[in-house]
Ligand binder design. Structure first.
Ligand SMILES: [Zn+2]
Ligand SMILES: [Zn+2]
Length: 68
């Protein structure tokens, strides 16, 4: 997936690596722009984000992950 530059978008990052997190990706429109890439991140989920409730295969893609 293409890497986004959050500062160029004027988005303040709440914590490191937030540009990898599903909350951020959805907020910047990746859900609709790159649905196939997004689907790979949420396929076969193992972790749920305790901040927004999204689920991801990797803990790297949620803010505060809790194992499912
Ligand atoms: Zn989240
Ligand atoms: Zn985050």
């Amino acid at each position: 997936m293409e890497t986004l530059d959050p500062s160029a978008l004027g988005i303040e990052m709440p914590h490191p690596d937030h540009e990898q997190h599903l909350c951020f990706l959805r907020n910047v429109g990746q859900l609709t722009k790159n649905l196939e890439g997004y689907k790979k991140l949420v396929k076969d989920p193992k972790f749920v984000c305790t901040m927004c409730g999204r689920a991801a295969a990797s803990e790297k893609n949620v803010c505060v992950g809790e194992a499912l």
